[in-house]
Design a protein around this ligand. Sequence first.
Ligand SMILES: [Zn+2]
Length: 105
Amino acid sequence: MGRTTTKHVPLRRCVVCRASKPQAEMLRFTRDGDVVRLDLARRLGGRGTWVCRDCASGDDEKRLRQAFKGQAQQVMELLAEALAAHPHGGTGAGTNENNGGMNVR
Ligand SMILES: [Zn+2]
């Protein structure tokens, strides 16, 4: 408290809900041909696709399928693994609104 550090927080857009959020709240996927990888360390090369934790921990399969198409099944399996490995997902208390609310700045 008291000290404002102006630290640049890079925002990424979730492909599922299209909200822009800090990287820390997102999971990164990369695609290698037909293989989808979950890039927890955010170090893999290539084009990243981002999914926020809200969407990752939600069970909105339909939206995931729309976002990932043929890779949706792989993505869902990777998400299930990731959530099992990191159970502290920081899911909020039931708010499902993704408009307004959090303006970063
Ligand atoms: Zn999302």
